[in-house]
Design a protein around this ligand. Structure first.
Ligand SMILES: NC(=O)CC[C@H](N)C(=O)O
Length: 365
């Protein structure tokens, strides 16, 4: 089946379809990971985005039961160089093509993804459409330029109602902006008694759950599209220890008076070096973001920059000077990996423990 990828700048890539035959439009972004396509396709932060993978062979280890990061994929489409028809792995249950057909998500293969990535790097993020081979590119470019990008991605992927993932440890309220299941796995692995709540839960509602800690998840889109979450964070800051990841980090920064901005082409991949400014240690991290906290906006807030990206110097971690709260722009839950930053979950739980201890001492005195 002939398909084409049409970009808003008029570039056309011809290729062969896999997955569903439906037409989609969305922001085209690239991910440089050599593996991890299953985690990428199920990461809700890609909601509505057309994802191209720079690694040239995709689908070679199939799709398995264990590596999903959400129940339903929210990304718009895959653009690849070559898709494997016959996956080979003992855990594989479906091919990528079968899975994408089942979930009604289109893909296009046979694309020069290196060229496509260079275009995105040069122009910055571009809108694109994946459509049939007969579509008129000029008309499609007009349509793409006329369509507005959606701003309700968090609403689309957040849970509709709160649910518990019980444990016998600390009570953590996990605010779901489109969380990767890896975050929940890390908390459950450490025995936490987790309650997952929807994105628009208010500060009063969060506090009414008597949390020992609050975790702000990752999620899709522009953090400024979720003002209700910024209000919630302002309302809980300083009352309960907090840890934020990716969108959670950006929302925390906005709640503390800093600013965020859209990056030219973002960070998406599994080997982004991040430096811890306190220890000087460098961690290789998994990343997926198109927005960033603006460095100059930190001055005048109560925030301190704790981590920076070594590739471009952008802000990767923040800490509050007075409140027990810290956040990172990258993914310590890894999935697909690497796991260098996994210890941040332990740091968060130590913080939760020490604040609980202080409260107990205070109550006893
Ligand atoms: N993974 C995330 O949480 C991404 C955050 C935000 N949507 C961004 O693109 O920057």
């Amino acid at each position: 089946m002939k398909r084409q990828l049409i970009l808003e700048d008029g570039t056309v890539f011809k290729g062969v379809g896999f997955g569903s035959e439906k037409m989609v439009t969305g922001e085209v972004v690239f991910n440089t990971g050599m593996t991890g396509y299953q985690e990428i396709l199920s990461d809700p932060s890609y909601c509505g985005q057309i994802v191209t993978l720079t690694y040239p062979l995709v689908g070679n280890y199939g799709i398995n039961r264990d590596d999903f990061e959400s129940i339903n994929p929210a990304f718009a489409a895959f653009v690849v160089k070559e898709v494997a028809d016959f996956p080979s792995n003992w855990r594989s249950e479906l091919s990528l093509d079968e899975y994408m057909k089942m979930k009604n998500i289109p893909g296009i293969s046979g694309v020069d993804t290196r060229k496509l990535t260079k275009i995105i790097r040069q122009h910055g993020a571009l809108r694109g459409a994946i459509c049939s081979g007969d579509e008129n590119p000029l008309e499609m470019v007009e349509k793409l330029r006329a369509t507005k990008l959606r701003t309700d991605q968090v609403k689309q992927v957040s849970t509709k109602s709160a649910f518990p993932c019980p444990g016998r440890g600390h009570r953590i309220v996990l605010v779901d902006f489109g969380m990767k299941h890896g975050i929940l796995r890390e908390l459950n692995d450490r025995g936490c008694d987790v309650v997952v709540v929807p994105y628009q839960t208010t500060a009063e509602e969060v506090l009414a759950l008597s949390p020992d800690g609050i975790m702000l998840s990752n999620g899709p889109g522009d953090p400024k599209d979720v003002p209700e979450a910024i209000d919630m964070i302002k309302g809980v800051l300083g009352k309960v220890p907090m840890f934020g990841i990716c969108l959670g980090h950006q929302l925390f920064a906005l709640a503390c008076g800093a600013d965020t901005e859209k990056m030219k082409f973002g960070h998406r991949g599994s080997n982004h070096p991040v430096k811890d400014l306190k220890t000087g240690k460098v961690a290789l991290t998994s990343q997926n973001h198109g927005y960033t906290v603006e460095e100059n906006s930190i001055a005048g807030t109560e925030l301190v920059i704790t981590h920076i990206a070594l590739n471009d110097g952008t802000v990767e971690g923040l800490k509050h000077k007075k409140a027990a709260a810290f956040t990172v722009q990258y993914h310590p839950e890894a999935s697909p990996g690497p796991e260098d930053a996994n210890g941040l979950f332990d740091e968060f739980l130590s913080l939760v423990e020490s604040v609980k201890q202080e409260d107990t001492n205070y109550a006893k005195a």
